[in-house]
Design a protein around this ligand. Structure first.
Ligand code: SOE
Length: 374
């Protein structure tokens, strides 16, 4: 595991649930941070230098859950060291870096994945299968939001607010990347053009001494010492979309929407029916009909479409959420490593690089204040 923050913990726990994969070592920014994480998670080896882990021939795969600027150098070094790589999103800082990783991986038999875990909620897979089966008809309209509130105040801080660690796009890169991946995954349509507008509401933020873990700002001490620093990453962004050659839509992302903890929702409307799903109520799916009563179905693998049912491991009425979605993605990543003949059933570095390309188009469109083709 490369990274000992919020995602380091989520990945470590999900990997252990697979049963056939062990977390053998953790690398962090410093030896102390790695030691502390290894102690708390009971990991046998810890280091402040990830290259030590890459030099270990007993390691098969690495998970990268560090700040974004480290994804590319770590993934490149891992592939060169012959390790399979599962990397957090956004995959890299630029699409050019993503292309280099794809080329490198193609010259090996190594498996790559990017952690668009949100695809793996059981009812999201149900939506995907309903659309593939034609239940919604031809897709006309998509819309949605990904809103959070953990960066609402100018005293809220995290490495993501700084371009140096995060890249230029923050809300868009962090959660807009998920939204765009999701809508393309469920509809099977590619984003073909977009028109974006980005906003940074806090032009400065108060940076405390020491690192602040993702989502932990509310627990920060009111009397902590701060340095005021300029901010140019986006707090909010909205995007008009064209998908394929017919569908239209829009979405918005925000990390400053009070009350929205991790409110990712999407709606899809076709020539026959519509669907709506919200990550804060993941076991419910709204299905809208024109000529019969609307439905709300509750996640229950035994009642879901056969291709979606394997994504629900627990019986109906037993919630499956964020951690479970990671488990489902990781399960498929390691199944591919164990048996290269199984089909790829997870987002790859190709998907991550396409995602970076779209983010670059969002930035270009926002700067030019006009539509751009993807
Ligand atoms: C923070 O905004 C974050 O942890 C994202 O980085 C994840 O990708 C998202 O799923 C939840 O929120």
């Amino acid at each position: 595991m490369f990274g000992s923050g919020f995602m380091g913990k989520v990945h470590t726990e999900a990997i252990r649930r697979l049963g056939n994969v062990e977390v053998a070592a953790v690398a962090s920014h410093t030896q102390e941070l790695a030691d502390e994480f290894a102690r708390s998670m009971n990991i046998p080896k810890a280091t402040g230098d990830y290259r030590e882990i890459l030099a270990d021939p007993t390691i098969d795969a690495v998970h990268i859950g560090t700040p974004n600027n480290l994804h590319y150098p770590m993934a490149e070094a891992a592939l060169k060291a012959g390790k399979h790589v599962l990397c957090e999103k956004p995959l890299t800082m630029t699409s050019a870096e993503g292309k280099k990783l794809i080329k490198l991986a193609a010259s090996t038999k190594l498996v790559t994945a990017v952690n668009h875990n949100l695809r793996y909620y059981p009812l999201v897979q149900q939506v995907r299968q309903m659309i593939a089966a034609g239940d919604l008809g031809d897709i006309l309209i998509v819309n949605g939001t990904y809103y959070q509130d953990w960066l609402l105040y100018d005293t809220d801080f995290n490495w993501r607010v700084q371009t140096s660690d995060n890249g230029t796009l923050r809300a868009m890169g962090d959660i807009g990347s998920h939204w765009m991946d999701m809508i393309q995954h469920v509809t099977g349509l590619k984003i073909s053009a977009l028109c974006a507008d980005l906003a940074t509401f806090h032009k400065t933020r108060k940076k405390p001494q020491g690192a602040v873990e993702t989502f932990t700002g509310k627990k920060a001490k009111a009397n902590a010492k701060y340095t005021e620093i300029p901010i140019d990453t986006d707090d909010f962004g909205s995007v008009l979309l064209k998908l394929g050659d017919r569908a239209r839509g829009c979405f918005a992302v925000s990390q400053m929407s009070a009350g929205c903890k991790n409110r990712f929702n999407f709606e899809v409307y076709g020539t026959k029916s519509g669907v709506a799903w919200n990550q804060e109520r993941p076991d419910e799916l709204w299905i809208g009909h024109r000529n019969s009563p609307n439905q709300i179905i509750i996640k229950d693998g035994s009642l879901m479409m056969p291709q979606a049912a394997p994504f629900a491991d627990l019986p109906g009425g037993h919630s499956e959420g964020y951690d479970d979605a990671h488990k489902q993605l990781f399960k498929r990543f390691y199944a591919k490593i164990a048996d290269p003949s199984v089909p790829v059933n997870f987002p790859t570095f190709e998907d991550g690089t396409w995602g970076m390309h779209l983010l670059e188009k969002v930035l270009e469109s926002s700067k030019k204040q006009r539509w751009v083709n993807a």
